[in-house]
Write a protein of this length. Structure first.
Length: 89
């Protein structure tokens, strides 16, 4: 599978602080971004895969709502995660 337990721990540690802090907004946004990048590559190779396309749209929506929450509550953490993940250009 593309998102193994070790990869998840690495992403959570990198963005969320500790590997046990799986509920942090930064950690969840990091995991969503990893999955979005993977699904984007998959859809470039398989453009007719509509179920994956729907999943991608749902993931982008979830990430957007988490980013909006973070922006409303702590603008410094919001800007830091945007810069670290290079989400918006």
């Amino acid at each position: 599978m593309y998102l193994s337990a070790e990869t998840k721990k690495k992403i959570i540690t990198e963005h969320g602080g500790s590997e046990k802090n799986t509920g942090s907004s930064e950690g969840q946004i990091g995991i969503f971004t990893h999955r979005i990048n993977f699904l984007t590559k998959h859809l470039q190779e398989n453009p007719k895969d509509l179920s994956t396309k729907r999943s991608l749209v749902n993931l982008v929506g979830k990430r957007k709502s988490l980013l909006e929450y973070l922006k409303a509550n702590d603008i410094a953490r919001y800007r830091a995660i945007l810069k670290k993940l290079d989400i918006r250009r």
